[in-house]
Design a protein around this ligand. Structure first.
Ligand code: ADP
Ligand code: CDP
Length: 230
């Protein structure tokens, strides 16, 4: 090291798991607490899906999706205090959370041309994060960043996940939310290209009975232990 204090090596944290397990809330808080960047990869798949819906692409046809996968320019902010996402310069943070996009994102994210494009963006953002980054998604530990310093796989019962999500959607029917979650998990877990899966070396944390604060503390401790070389 040339004169001056040694700088900490950037730390890469991968957090995967199904919907409603607490990935986004945990990742944002851990990144903020540790001064790291943050990337919501689900938002990127939602953004490309929003663009396909807005441009009338036939989402039943994987060939049609593949043909235009390279067209939209997706830019993700990596500040955990203000996560941002734009498509061709348009702020889509709101529109990507609609029911329509949520119900169609699995069909788009299953297309290999979409995945290779988005994976490239994710790797480039991760390698550019000076202090390190918390990246959350479905295939981060298995495919996008297989050399991550720490891999976490969050789980929770379908009941807990549906209750959390329907709370967020201001009283949406818990049963319908539960069914939609299970359907999306099944599609994401069974696709051929980098399905939702726990990496062999990931630490599994079942959040069903834990508060969000407990999950955050658990992950922060694991990152600090890694950094200390334990
Ligand atoms: N351990 C937890 N206990 C209770 N609620 C939680 C917990 N973790 C997350 N939540 C809440 O559940 C909802 C979904 O969490 P989120 O982080 O968006 O999950 P994911 O990114 O895995 O879909 C949010 O409203 C969040 O505040
Ligand atoms: N690394 C990732 C992240 C998300 N996705 C896809 O994007 C969708 C939306 O992800 P999300 O993280 O926003 O979903 P929620 O957990 O917030 O409901 C998932 O259902 C997957 O189809 C993916 O394929 N790979």
């Amino acid at each position: 090291m040339e004169n001056g204090a040694p700088t900490a090596k950037p730390v890469i944290v991968a957090i995967d798991g199904p919907s409603g397990t607490g990935k986004s809330s945990t990742s944002k808080a851990v990144a903020a607490q540790l001064g790291l960047s943050y990337l919501d990869t689900g938002a990127q798949y939602r953004a490309i899906t929003w663009w396909m819906v807005s441009n009338g692409i036939d989402l039943e046809d994987p060939t049609a999706i593949a043909a235009v996968a390279g067209k939209p320019e997706i830019v993700s902010g990596t500040d955990p205090a203000a996560p941002a996402i734009t498509v061709d310069g348009v702020d889509v943070a709101g529109p990507i959370r609609t029911q329509e996009v949520t119900s169609k994102v699995s069909a788009v994210s299953a297309v290999p041309e979409v995945r290779s494009r988005i994976t490239e963006l994710q790797r480039s953002l991760a390698s550019g994060a000076e202090r390190g980054i918390v990246v959350e998604g479905r295939d981060i530990g298995t495919t996008v960043l297989p050399d991550a310093d720490l891999k976490i796989f969050l789980t929770a019962s379908a009941e807990a996940r549906a209750a959390r999500r329907s709370g967020e959607l201001k009283g949406a029917d818990v049963q319908a939310t539960r069914e939609a979650l299970i359907k999306r998990d099944a599609a994401d877990s069974s696709r051929k290209t980098s399905p939702l899966a726990k990496a062999d070396d990931a630490v599994e944390v079942d959040t069903t009975e834990l508060t969000l604060a407990q999950v955050i503390e658990c992950v922060v401790t694991l990152v600090e232990e890694k950094r200390a070389g334990k």
